[in-house]
Design a protein around this ligand. Sequence first.
Ligand SMILES: O=C(O)CCC(=O)C(=O)O
Length: 282
Amino acid sequence: MNKSNFGNVKAFALNDNMNVPESALNSLRHDGVICIRQAFSQRWLDVVEKGITQALSEASTDIDIVKRKKDTGSFSVSSGAWMQVQPIRHFIFESHLSNIAWLLLETRQLVLFYDFLLIKQAYSDNAVTPWHQDHSYYPLDGKKAINCWTALDDIPLESALQFSKGSHRAATLHRAVDFENPENDYRHARKELPLPPQDQQESFATILTTAVDAGDMLVWYSYTLHSAPGNRLNRRRAAFSVNWLGDDIVYNAKPSLETYRDPGLVAGRPIICDKFPLVRSA
Ligand SMILES: O=C(O)CCC(=O)C(=O)O
């Protein structure tokens, strides 16, 4: 593989207030992604693991387990487990996570959008995450949306996420692709939007990546293009992410999954409701 256009995601440590330095925000604005080393201690990771056990034993109502052709390992995704699973609520509402999201979103209102669990089991080699923008899946206008993705296992470069540096700054919104089978047309996709580029050597000037340890957190904007390989390791590769919205976000009623909508939402209005609660305001 030609690695000439690869660089490292900039990494930061928490300060004494369990928050990130101003320089982290500057890098996020510029690159569209940052890494916070050891954002969560083992104590918090244990809380998430307890939540995963409950979510996978069918407490979570929005869960999919998929095995790709030729893989021995499956991959599982679950969204919005916080609504049913107490340890997930505990992590989201009681840890320092929302303080970090508050600072990085530069907002006067912080809204919890959804949590997302992604487990690629050992030898799920073909469980590739195609290049995509998270925003393509959202019926939302506005730019203040971030994904706070915490590694639950040590993830070496060969299984690590990759980001197109600065791609959040282009105004382009791409079409949603199918995570479960990237070769299928995604049923909720907006066909009027362009497909995201998949040829990374040709399409991206610089790809940022980094190996992570359990407890490290990547943060990126919903417009940042990113992808990940399948998991060729002989062990699980899992991550838990929490997606937050800021004060410029309004509902646009465009087609999307049930996960991202609620019957009471009105086009052009903020999305705050029981399903997408306001967590903090200035
Ligand atoms: O962890 C991964 O492989 C992909 C995560 C991702 O792309 C996402 O949560 O949007």
